[in-house]
Ligand binder design. Sequence first.
Ligand code: C5P
Length: 406
Amino acid sequence: MSKLAGKQVLLIVSGGIAAFKALELIRLLRRQACAVSCVLTRNGAEFVTPLSLQALSESKVYTDLFSLTDESEMGHIQLSRSADLLVVVPASADLLARMAAGMADDLASTVLLATDKPVLVAPAMNVRMWLHAATQANMRLLQSRGIQVVGPDEGAMACNEFGPGRMSEPAAILSAIEALLAPDAVVASRPLEGRHALVTSGPTHEPIDPVRYIANRSSGRQGHAIAAELAALGARVTLVSGPVSVPDPAGANVVRVETAAEMLHACQAALPADIAVFAAAVADWRVANAAEGKIKKQPGVAAPNLELVPNPDILATIAATGPSRPRLVVGFAAETDDLMANAQSKLIRKNADWIVANDVSPSTGIMGGEENAVHIITASGVEDWPRVPKQQVARRLAQRIADWLR
Ligand code: C5P
């Protein structure tokens, strides 16, 4: 049974070259027996015709606030409330600004102001317009009011520029709609049944002697949440975890390790896997000359010198091309400087399929905190996800993985 059967979506199509993707989205929604009606703005009508929206949605298209017939058939208040979800696709910079300001000067903005239903926006605009402080401030304001956002992606744009601003693909918008309208159905359909997922999480401890070690501040919260969400979608999950104090995630088989060498060994032993997500903060170096007994401090004797040698890169080792390489390899990049450039180069250097990048500068409060704002970097572009609790990042990532494998 389709996840969206019997649901009702109101699509608001505003002006922009990406408006043509609304047609594909309608097709995907209708295939799931989801009822679709459309509001087409004046600028949107420059890119798609009411007739094509009507033909695909098999429903009336609303275009004018002051159409007396529309008002008598269905007033804008009723239109805004009869749907389960409003989806703005594409959301132009102008419409987002008018939403943020609470304006109601055409049918689209009036419906958006009058609704009591969840709203999902799929921004699409030129990269400079997206990055402009005004648009960014509008997005923060809208998100703080509970507006959901999908995209925009980064990549080549119709205006011959490159960067964030390209509207998400219809399949990604569909996943976001499913996650909002039918989260239980997504979980209940267990799309990862029969798949094996390998996840690393937490820090590693590299011994100096039997009682001392080198460590880092990773809590394991994000990796453990990912393991739980993959398991909730039906995957058999092997979680290779460094020393953490968070509880074991439900449904995962947990292998506890201390050092990077042990983590690599446990990951290799867990193969084959369909999916591998490397969320652990693996120590880059270990102590070459770790002492067998506790190093004693002695009066007059100099402090010990620790010789460090590099640890194996677990992600790069497992992602190297070969028969045991998982189909989808996802790495993380936590950076304080040049986030996107460093993450892009990690994608290539480590042969990963996706990198989940996040800014862990102290001012973000992300490291050790409850929330995360990530960017998903793939060979075809970048998706910027809004800042949400780590649990929700994990849920969306697990669903994105299930979509990709599907
Ligand atoms: O190089 P960097 O540590 O920033 O790379 C981060 C990504 O690589 C993460 O996915 C992390 O789990 C993985 N990694 C690894 N083994 C290492 C170092 C990093 O698997 N020795």
